[in-house]
Design a protein around this ligand. Sequence first.
Ligand SMILES: Cc1cc2nc3c(=O)[nH]c(=O)nc-3n(C[C@H](O)[C@H](O)[C@H](O)COP(=O)(O)OP(=O)(O)OC[C@H]3O[C@@H](n4cnc5c(N)ncnc54)[C@H](O)[C@@H]3O)c2cc1C
Length: 470
Amino acid sequence: MVVVGAGLSGLAAAWELSGGAPGDPDAPRIEVLEAAPRVGGPLVLGDLDGQAVDLGPDGFLARRPEARTLIEELGLGDDLIDIGASGASLWLRGELRAIPRSLALGVPASRAALRELGGLSWHARVAAWRDWLAPRALHVGEDASIGQIVRTKLGDEIARSVVEPLVGGIQAGRIDDLSAAALLPGLLAAAQRGGSLMRALAAAAPPPAPAGASGPAFHSLRGGLGALPQTLADRLVARGVVVRTATPVQALRRVTGEHPLVVETATTATPADAVVVATPAAVTAALLGSWDPDLAALGSIRYAAAAMVSASYPEATAPLPAGTGVLVPLGTPWAGGGTLIVTALTFLDRKWEPLRQPGRVLVRAHVGRSDDQRYAAFDDEHLGARVADEIALVLGWSSRPTASRVQRFLPGLPQYTVGYADLVARARDAAARGGVDLAGSTYDGVGIPASIGSGRRAARAALMRLAARP
Ligand SMILES: Cc1cc2nc3c(=O)[nH]c(=O)nc-3n(C[C@H](O)[C@H](O)[C@H](O)COP(=O)(O)OP(=O)(O)OC[C@H]3O[C@@H](n4cnc5c(N)ncnc54)[C@H](O)[C@@H]3O)c2cc1C
């Protein structure tokens, strides 16, 4: 069996495939082939100010079980840590405003939530109140963009100033492109009910948990999440799995004979009974597109490249706002001309207790969106300097970082645009007809738990197909 791609989804697929009885002489030979010199895709640890810090993803959703389960299976359960803060702010009209906790799916769902949202114009409030009292009609079918729903129902300003940074920001995309069916099915269902969007969202919102009853929203690992992929790869090797880095797969062919598939690299041709392909969509389309137009269609999926600048500051020179960070709406004017390139700030050592040290603050800035790649024109030094200027503006600081690290992410985040679910379902069916299973953040949602779950499900599907073979 071969797994193509050693991001978390590919590694999790190999973990599932290799999970039979230890020492079983009939256990299949499993090979993981990875193009990059290291495993893990965007997960990466780096030194910042003398400490190992996640320069990529630094936490994962606690309410989904997949990541925690895998971490416990690896025996790392004692290293799980809880996020140390909650809530965030929005930089709106030149001020930091606390984001009300009462938002539903990033959208104000009550008049109280609207009142709590600072920095909105009178016009924006009237547009939203109108939804409560005399809602605009909107026909949504099986899918619509998040932007279309929010703009029509609550007006442009709430869409641009609140929902775009909260929802679009996480995806590094634009809400006018992003699919409500794929990303916010609750929003689509509320829109499909017709009438007031706010009332429908309020009716569907779960009752608030009693104080202290809800656990942490995010977990990470002591020592950094970026260590997880290599730990997993090491455990796979201990199970007898072959993990080869710096080995891009160049072709995947269907053949007749004992083994129906052959996986080719520059120097090898490995026969396989089953293959899990866990690569970004463009690579998967290049490898499998000639098999079926539905697989070639994966090549149309757009990605948003992004970068993160992690910086160490001496003590904050102005008080940090409460919570885990700050979101910056698109189009926020920049004194140097144009608009800010930073889309969000994260207070790394406020989130993760092991990073805390007296006399220092760790701040991370996020740059890059599906339609804003201005950051790519800067080299690391200039990007760090520009981001430091923007941090100084948003946080009202006069200090400069004592150390900073730039990490760039290619291809970045897949954009789940309108009609996405259908496109990937058809591709998956076409691949399965050829004996291949697809896994990764292209298919089952972006995020560490989603990617791990996607890999394990693909592996189980491959094992079931093999078991059913005559
Ligand atoms: C900037 C950024 C920040 C994020 N932050 C968070 C976060 O804080 N929390 C969270 O839960 N999620 C976060 N995510 C999402 C999460 O990181 C992803 O969902 C997850 O890592 C994707 O794993 P994957 O295996 O699907 O893809 P990838 O990790 O991209 O793996 C695909 C692999 O395929 C390899 N490959 C490509 N071509 C070939 C080839 N020809 N042959 C062999 N191998 C090939 C690639 O090198 C790569 O290693 C973030 C993502 C990004 C980009």
